[in-house]
Design a protein. Structure first.
Lengths: 266, 266
């Protein structure tokens, strides 16, 4: 009966719905319970201690919902809190960081990789450690891009302001000579077109959401936890705050209507 | 002995230190206890219910510190939570909204006023109600500017990206014919130069922080609560999270070194 349980996913907000979107593509029968900590978002500008404290609360909430596996669909929480959560927890806990790092290490030919993310993600150096753990002689260029999240939330996806900010952040990448760039924040895949235009077509953009869904599929298979029931799995979304334009922005990430949404206080 | 007590100030983050800066200019002898709810910031993108819940926690913390008056140095909290806080509380509670609205109503000759702020502040319509409560035939143009806070925190105060975003948000103001613009967010006074360049010198920029400090001075005098002790009052800053670059950004707002900082969990 373990296999019939839901997959739990949490993020600081609703950007993690990009991971849910990828999960529904690879694992359409799975039930998914998502928690977005929208009352405390963003995590990306906060200290590691605070991010760990919030992450523990989110994980406890999902465990209470009887999930079989937990995805930390937030790059910041994956960077600064994941090892501790995995130590403390018996259920499998999967972050978005390692799948992205592995994909980047695999595709680079120049052995030079770029990583962009929130301030907290970049300053944790978690991607650098993960990448060098996989391929020790990799050279890595990193850049926090704090303007990208509000630009995505404004919906300015193809816009001269976004292009100018993207150039400011990413032009040094060409000089560095990377041929792979990890999009280390769940919001960033929505800027793929503009980022690709700035960094050039020879740079592979690594979308952690997609890589994470593949990892979840592997872990479920290995442990015999894949849901073999037919039909489409239900997606339930819990949020700690329902802010203005929540549905519009959420559906941009999930790429389908948000149907079952509940407000909870943690 | 009531007069010897501190003034309590809270904000969602450290932007409210602009209000503290103005208080120290008008009331140098006053002791100030500041609480920045940096673990839950920003409030500006969240729902009114959540902002009220957080504001009550902040107010309780300051009351516990035995303050004589409380300043809500956050435009979002002043817009969506202040009336409830004032009802529930015996101490005088002063927001940043009314002082700014009064100043704008006073200076406009065209009877057309602009207001900019966070998404939550603008969608609460609190400034519109306050302004029309003062001068019923005022016409009001409003605009949320969600890019401004991250631009200030990047330190891009005089920058082509900031100029482009400012034009996007504020060029309609000229057509509307306003001669006063309320800077309805504590971060915005740091963009005064660029905003003034875009809207033109004939538009008066109303800085709520300065007006609020004047209001606090009046209320203390009326109630005989002004601290008559000599010397410079101590400023103690409590924050619910100490994020990366906290000191650098905080000192940009306070315009002096941050000396007594403590981390608290609420």
């Amino acid at each position: 009966m373990e296999a019939r349980k839901a997959i739990g996913v949490f993020d600081s907000g609703i950007g993690g719905l990009t991971v849910v979107h990828e999960l529904t593509r690879s694992l359409p029968h799975e039930e998914i319970i998502y928690l977005g900590d929208t009352a405390r978002l963003p995590y990306g500008t906060k200290s590691p201690e605070t991010v760990l404290r919030f992450s523990r609360k989110n994980l406890d909430f999902l465990k209470h919902k009887q999930v079989k596996l937990i995805v930390v669909a937030c790059n910041t929480a994956s960077s600064v809190a994941l090892p501790r959560l995995q130590e403390e927890e018996e259920l499998p806990v999967i972050g978005v960081l390692m799948p992205g790092a592995r994909a980047a290490a695999l595709v680079t030919k120049t052995k030079r990789v770029g990583v962009i993310g929130t301030t907290a993600t970049i300053h944790s150096s978690a991607y650098v450690k993960a990448l060098q753990g996989i391929t020790p002689d990799l050279e890595i260029w990193t850049q926090p891009c704090p303007l990208f999240v509000p630009l995505v939330e404004e919906g300015w996806l193809d816009d001269p302001i976004t292009e100018l900010a993207t150039k400011r952040y990413l032009e040094p990448l060409a000089e560095f000579g990377a041929d792979a760039l990890v999009l280390g924040c769940t919001h960033y895949p929505l800027l793929k077109d503009i980022i690709s235009r700035v960094v050039g077509p020879e740079v592979v953009l690594v979308d952690s959401a997609r890589e994470t869904a593949a990892e979840v599929m592997n872990v479920l298979e290995e442990r015999g936890l894949t849901n073999d029931r037919g039909g489409t799995g239900r997606i339930t979304v819990y949020v700690t705050d329902i802010p203005y334009r929540f549905k519009e922005v959420g559906e941009r990430f999930l790429r389908r209507p948000l149907e079952h949404v509940e407000h909870v206080e943690l």
